[in-house]
Design a protein around this ligand. Structure first.
Ligand SMILES: [Zn+2]
Length: 325
């Protein structure tokens, strides 16, 4: 773990800190940078929009997996059909008639399979278009220019509709026997999916932490960190969602963000962090509006301020709460 000690001021003692591994990769992504700098992260509409987008994206990924796995010949089906045919026509296995029948069944199934695969490709493209449209509508609505996707180029054998190659066209012999020599032998399909870093950013609820980070950076504070580990007085590193300091007042702020209801254990663990990091101000921030009374009592007694329904509040309102240090 690469760690460092930041410069502090006032009477605050600087802590040893380290950026959580995957965060540095994430923060370098131009897509993520753009989302953060748009200042949209604490907008309630974004959460609704993203939940919908992620559900469509998951569905798309599932369809792509199924398409890849779809067996060309369902041997069990072929076997069942042949058995039935043999029984029905009282045929001896090995007769020329049965050989012909098997061939016919295979041809029929091949044809059915190709039709089915073509239909699946069509559906996959439609879902991908839907994703694109949703983002374009959202961008227009909010006056933004967010880019959340990565493209996946697939080359499909024109004869059997199998996926022949991905990314770039490569000459090869398809499993169906077709020689794929030129790009005319394949159909090129472009699909748009949520980019992996964007997916992680939203699924792991990092958007909420960076939304708060965006606010803290505008609150005249120093040493504003998001997603760092700090070495506490108990000689253990503590993961902190948001960290900031106010040198003039000798105040150290830590925040814990939850995109769900806070349970008592969250508050208990957070209290330990506060103690070990010598924080003078602590915020437990949640998107939920429902706070149990035991959590409220514990936080009051532990000098932890709860900010509930964070997405329903204006930036100014949140800044006022934070500035009331
Ligand atoms: Zn093929």
């Amino acid at each position: 773990m690469k760690s460092d000690i930041y410069k502090s001021g006032g009477r605050l003692i600087p802590l040893k800190y380290s950026l959580l591994g995957q965060r540095s990769v994430l923060e370098k992504s131009s897509k993520i940078k753009k989302i953060i700098s748009s200042g949209i992260l604490l907008d309630a509409d974004l959460k609704v929009f993203l939940e919908e987008l992620i559900s469509i994206n998951d569905n798309l990924k599932e369809q792509l997996c199924k398409f890849n796995e779809q067996a060309f010949f369902d041997k069990k089906t072929v076997g069942n059909v042949i058995t039935k045919y043999v029984e029905k026509n009282k045929l001896d296995e090995g007769s020329s008639e049965i050989v012909k029948a098997i061939q016919k069944i295979k041809d029929d199934i091949t044809h059915e399979d190709i039709v089915k695969k073509k239909q699946t490709i069509k559906e996959i493209c439609q879902v991908s278009d839907k994703l694109m449209q949703k983002l374009a509508d959202f961008n227009e609505d909010k006056g933004l220019d967010l880019d959340l996707f990565r493209d996946r180029i697939i080359y499909v054998c024109k004869r059997c509709q199998r996926i022949a190659c991905e990314g770039r066209f490569q000459k090869k012999e398809c499993d169906c026997g077709a020689k794929l020599v030129t790009t005319r032998d394949v159909s090129k399909i472009s699909i748009y999916l949520l980019s992996e870093e964007v997916e992680r950013f939203f699924k792991k609820d990092l958007w909420l932490e960076y939304g708060i980070d965006y606010l803290l950076k505008r609150a005249n504070l120093s040493n504003v960190f998001c997603g760092y580990s700090f070495l506490g007085s108990s000689c253990v590193y503590h993961e902190v969602d948001n960290f900031a300091e106010n040198f003039k007042e000798n105040i150290r702020i830590v925040c814990e963000c939850k995109n769900c209801k806070i349970v008592l254990n969250d508050a208990i663990v957070f209290k330990e962090k506060i103690k070990n990091l010598g924080a003078s101000r602590a915020y437990l921030i949640t998107t939920s509006e429902d706070i149990d009374s035991d959590v409220r009592l514990f936080c009051n007694a532990s000098n932890i301020m709860i900010i509930d329904s964070v997405l329903g509040k204006q930036h100014e309102e949140l800044l006022e709460i934070i500035k009331k240090v």
